[in-house]
Design a protein around this ligand. Structure first.
Ligand code: ADP
Ligand code: MG
Length: 240
């Protein structure tokens, strides 16, 4: 495991938290070579000008709060923000809406917007019987309504990853069905291996990680970017 990954998990353990927030989760993914959007965390509107100066528009703004798990349900994700003024306005609007629900946001994630593409989900769980398992499916209704997902026990091989994608009922979408641009299945396979392969993040850290949820991974003809990530940690983490 990379030094970074150890540090991130250790820091979370030190704080006694049972999950990693989105910035920490993305840092962990990045430490395993998985692409995430360039981003900054700010504590409020005052931090925005400096943060934005390091990022390329359009921007995405999200709240980072343990009270807001499914951010969209709270209207707490805004994409396609063109400039500082748009980001400031979005922050003020989200803040007001959250305040009305009794939530006081302390941290915000401002990040670059990934190029549009096909949304894929990659998940991981540590099953009491089978150990670490990896899951994938197509985003949105495919996973939520049609339950079109495939599972494997870790560690997976490259062939397993190829088959996981091929056996999805919606697999034709990868290859450009219904007038869509074909996307890179190779980049998805790489992410599956970086999570569930022999040296994968989940395979190597099943004693510390209970669940991984990358939803979505946005896949284009030449890249795959994890734009949302959530990790649940194992409870029994008395060690080091
Ligand atoms: P939620 O907590 O509601 O799942 P997400 O972080 O997944 O919030 O954001 C909601 C949606 O916004 C995503 O499914 C994706 O379509 C879009 N999105 C989020 N972040 C980005 C980004 N950096 N680039 C492009 N689209 C994004
Ligand atoms: Mg999400």
């Amino acid at each position: 495991m990379s030094a970074d990954a150890k540090e991130i998990l250790k820091a979370a353990r030190g704080q006694g938290t049972s999950s990693l927030d989105e910035p920490a989760g993305k840092e962990l993914l990045a430490s395993f070579g998985i692409r995430v959007p360039a981003s900054r965390v700010v504590q409020g509107a005052a931090g925005l000008p400096e943060a934005i100066a390091t990022l390329r528009p359009p921007y995405v703004l999200k709240v980072v709060s343990a009270e807001v798990i499914h951010k969209s349900d709270f209207g707490a994700v805004r994409v396609g923000l063109k400039n500082l003024a748009a980001v400031e306005q979005a922050l003020a609007e989200i803040d007001t809406a959250l305040n009305a629900k009794g939530i006081v946001a302390q941290r915000w994630l401002i990040e670059e917007m990934a190029a549009s593409g096909l949304e894929v989900v990659i998940g991981g769980v540590v099953d009491p019987e089978f150990g670490p398992m990896i899951m994938t499916g197509l985003g949105g209704v495919f996973v939520e309504v049609m339950k079109d997902v495939s599972f494997r026990i870790c560690p997976i091989t490259r062939l397993d990853a190829v088959e996981m994608l091929a056996e999805l009922r919606g697999a034709a979408l990868f290859h450009g069905a219904r007038g869509r641009t074909p996307v890179s299945t190779d980049t998805i396979i790489e992410v599956l291996l970086k999570i569930g392969g022999e040296n994968g993040l989940l395979t190597r850290n099943a004693d510390e990680i209970a669940e991984i949820d990358i939803n979505p991974l946005i896949v284009t003809p030449d890249s795959a970017t994890a734009v949302d990530a959530r990790f649940i940690l194992q409870r029994n983490m008395e060690r080091g």
